[in-house]
Design a protein around this ligand. Sequence first.
Ligand code: PLP
Length: 281
Amino acid sequence: MSRTVYINGEFVPESEAKISIMDRGYLFADGVYEVSAVINGKMIDNEGHLRRLERSLGELDLRSPLSNHEIEGVQNELIERNGLKEGIIYLQITRGVAERDFLWPEDISPTLTMFTQAKNLLQSPLATKGASIITVPDIRWQRRDIKSIALLPQAMAKHAARKAGANDAWMVDNGYVTEGTSTNAFIVTMEGTLVTRDLSTDILHGITRSAVLRLAEEAELPIEERSFTPQEAYDAAEVFATGSSFFVLPVVEIDGHIISNRAPGPLTNRLREMYIEMATN
Ligand code: PLP
């Protein structure tokens, strides 16, 4: 059975969804996206994702064809039509179709597409085992706070990780970890302090990152929002990553250094449980 997708106001079988080769998303990566997790047919933290979408669009002077309320209606209908219980819903807004030119026409209409993907998020084998990662130079642009569809550096970083036999890559800029290819980076120091990079234009303001920090604060765990080096991660008691498709993902190896005896750490497991508890209630 073919998946139903959404394109500019219509729900159609995936094979019938067509985009012009003049779409600026295709020609210039001129667009933004959001990914929300779905558990038991319900989206997790979707308001946060739609708020970030609004911000990304605003930073690029790109307008949404629908209000957030209307987008949420479409998302729920697509989840329903595909009978999605567990997985993700992806949405993308590009500036739209115009003759190729760096400058776009003022009256251009944006392209809005959405699709669902079924995935095991709760019982993920990687979360049970823990991920191995490598570090790579962060070669991205300087507005990483905008959730741009220009993801070639992340795709290349992930490709480098696979070639090195690892699951993912963390990117390093000026000697400090910025973030993972599709996650925010956390360490737990030997003293038990949770450390994650502070918010700026250097990283994506992860919705899962915020939720985990909120949970950690409620649990009165010591938190420091600051940059950390790969060496601090090698020496950490625990390491993990956060993201909508991963929740809290334990990291057990970085650049060949074994973390917490190659097993997910206790605080990491606790935060993963707390996050899942929050998300499923
Ligand atoms: N950092 C980057 C570069 C990402 O692409 C993502 C998600 O795709 C994240 C962090 C995690 O963000 P969120 O928790 O909102 O999914």
